[in-house]
Design a protein around this ligand. Structure first.
Ligand code: RB5
Length: 151
């Protein structure tokens, strides 16, 4: 992705600490990253954060999201409720690579209780640096999810 790509990041209380580290890491890669919370370890509901990030990804052209909760599962379920969101939970770099290449994923979800920070950084970098393979079969499949299915 181009460095002008806007990245929106969010986490619940379980992902709060990892979010701070990933945000710094992404800034170091010279992307624009906007933190939509949560801003403390006080308990919050992951669907609220997922929705805020997902709405930005839909609204802002070419934006992508990063969502972190304890497992990454709740964030991915919640974000994928919004039309146009393709949220992929990734626990390794291969998943991040193919989520971008084949699925044109626009939200990366990670679980702070499943992976360590070093893995999260590698996954994040792979996700941001891998382009969608713009081949007809991948475009057709992604379009089926994005345009053809009803709301
Ligand atoms: C919070 O305890 C936890 O349920 C949440 O972070 C996430 O793992 C949900 O999927």
């Amino acid at each position: 992705m181009a460095n002008k790509t806007k990245i929106y990041i969010g986490a619940d209380h379980a992902g709060y600490e990892m979010k701070g580290e990933i945000k710094k890491f992404v800034e170091g890669l010279e992307y624009q990253i906007i933190d939509l919370g949560t801003f403390s370890t006080d308990s919050v509901d992951y669907p609220d954060i997922a929705r805020e990030v997902a709405e930005k990804v839909i609204e802002i052209p070419d934006a992508v999201g990063i969502l972190i909760c304890g497992t990454g599962i709740g964030m991915s379920i919640a974000a994928n409720k919004l039309q146009g969101i393709r949220a992929a939970e990734c626990v390794n770099e291969a998943m991040a690579e193919f989520a971008r290449k084949h699925n044109n994923a626009n939200v990366l979800c990670m679980g702070s209780r499943l992976i360590d920070l070093e893995a999260a950084k590698k996954i994040t970098q792979k996700f941001l640096e891998t382009e969608f393979e713009n081949e007809e079969r991948h475009v057709r499949r992604v379009d089926k999810m994005t345009k053809v299915w009803p709301k």
